[in-house]
Design a protein around this ligand. Structure first.
Ligand code: SF4
Length: 245
């Protein structure tokens, strides 16, 4: 059951484009601040959804709206966990619509396949933390593999012709200035390899997040606008193109 729901129209999920948004279930990470626990945790997923019926409905909807919207965002959960992502992206491209992918970058092989087959037009790649904080942010135990795979995805994107962005959600108590500088230093060589933007946003508590379902007592705090702006200036000084979301 990879596809679990869709949004018919969004003006904010695909920079510069009107789009529909298709949500995929499951994720290989467990980020404390995740706003989509019902797509990530098996026990919260709607088991009654008939994915074939939903998928048919989505394609029919997109066929009717293909002259009204510019593209489709594939998001999740983690869309690249599903083998069918290639076919689904292909069907959307066949309708003449652009495809934007949101990914955590761990499944670099699928990303490569999508890019190789010209099935994606824009990628938003999460850059979640540095080697110090990635484990506690993403709740995974094999952080070395996650980091290694993420860098493969990043390099694949740098070498591709496809536009992409990095995006980091900052959580007070999990990220500090040192983490951010160390993240910047890890990719400092890339400033001259492409003109990708790096977006910073603070964690916001407007609904239940993944850590609310954890047995551990985790408290998440937001950074103020001013604090995010100060971090943004630091990255700009290091030569990155950075914006706030
Ligand atoms: S925020 Fe983390 S846990 Fe949630 S969908 Fe994205 S990668 Fe998965």
């Amino acid at each position: 059951m990879p596809i679990v729901e869709y949004k018919k129209l969004s003006l904010v999920d695909y920079p510069g484009n009107t789009c529909a948004v298709v949500y995929f279930s499951k994720c290989n990470l467990r980020c404390v601040y995740c706003h989509n626990p019902k797509l990530v945790l098996d026990e919260l997923m709607e088991s009654r959804i008939d994915e074939k019926v939903l998928f048919r409905e989505i394609i029919q909807f997109l066929s009717k709206r293909k002259n009204i919207i510019d593209g489709v965002v594939l998001t999740g959960g983690e869309p690249l966990l599903h083998d069918r992502i290639i076919k689904i992206a292909g069907l959307i491209k066949d309708l003449g619509l652009k495809v934007k992918l949101d990914t955590n970058g761990v499944q670099y092989g699928k990303l490569k396949e999508l890019l190789h087959n010209d099935l994606v037009d824009y990628v938003a790649l999460d850059y979640k933390g540095d080697r110090e904080n990635i484990k506690e942010i993403t709740g995974i135990s094999n952080e070395s593999l996650v980091i290694e795979n993420w860098f493969k995805s990043f390099r694949i994107l740098l070498e591709s012709e496809v536009d992409f962005e990095l995006r980091t959600t900052l959580v007070k108590g999990f990220h500090n200035t040192n983490n951010l500088i160390s993240m910047a230093k890890e990719i400092i060589h890339s400033r001259d390899c492409g003109d990708f933007k790096w977006y910073l946003q603070s964690f916001r508590r407007d609904e239940k997040v993944l850590s609310d379902y954890s047995k551990d007592d985790v408290t998440l705090h937001a950074y103020s606008d001013q604090e995010v702006s100060e971090m943004l200036e630091l990255l700009k000084k290091l030569g990155f193109i950075v914006e706030k979301r």
